[in-house]
Design a protein around this ligand. Sequence first.
Ligand code: SF4
Length: 323
Amino acid sequence: MDSIVVRAHNLKKHFHTKRGIVRAADGVSFTISEQETLGLVGESGSGKSTVAYTVMGIYPATSGELVFKDQDITGALKKRSKALKQDIQIVFQDPGSSLNPRRTIRQILELPLRVHDTVSKKERVDRVAKLMELVELPVDFMYKSPPAIGGGERQMIAIARALATDPSFIVLDEPTSALDVSVQAKIINKLMELQKELNLTYMFITHDLSLMRNMASRVAIMYLGKICEIAPTAEFFSRPLHPYTQMLLSSIPVVSEQEEELKPKKIVSTGEIPSPVNIPPGCSFHLRCPSKMEICSRIDPNIVTPEENHQVRCHLFPGAAGN
Ligand code: SF4
């Protein structure tokens, strides 16, 4: 049986703006298998959230293929079946703005049950209690409103709301970046537990590479609308191939001497990230790359597979120029 849940091939999402065309996602390809976590990492403006919102149907794709369990999902959300909408859920970055402060938690968690009509009216309160138990919050919290509980607890409620329709796939859009470090760890651990318990598949969007070390099965790095490297997590951290990945990894904090030894030597980036409406020709990273060659400013490299399951978009690797 094909265990691939999400497949994107040459996925593009372009926005027409007054300043020009923003190629927010520009030929992105990846797969996510059942019960896997794909970490999609990038700086602001890399296109990671655009990819997530295209998968959610919030943005219809400009072109390319996007398939969820053999169903085409390139179009807008309204074209998706009810079952599909139930099966794909999202947890947003800031629970403070994604949860209505004037509703009780019970009302918030009952809303998806009502909209999707998944349980009878009588059973709703039991289902809400069950959702609260899943995220280890006291059941009597259901009578409070979001402002009356802590930030980490609000994010647990946002996770419970995403689970209300029994999805198999959840997009986690920077779910911990608005929280303190101590609370972040709790949320990450809970997400990992829930993944095992409920057989969930995740796409985790973040700008924080260090979060991916324990959480992701594979990591993909995006830069100006393209994936520049994708590999299984252990390999990604121990043998990064792309100069941009090496630059990012060289600057993340580590907790042990062993990890410090594995880190690439500190690489200082030159130049600024270019504007997404004015992406330079050739490799879009060449203005900042310490390894750039003559070809890099002329030809945009193809993604190649120099090692099994490890792909990189860079002219340092044979075949990237299309020869
Ligand atoms: Fe650097 Fe050239 Fe590779 Fe781009 S293609 S990352 S500029 S070496």
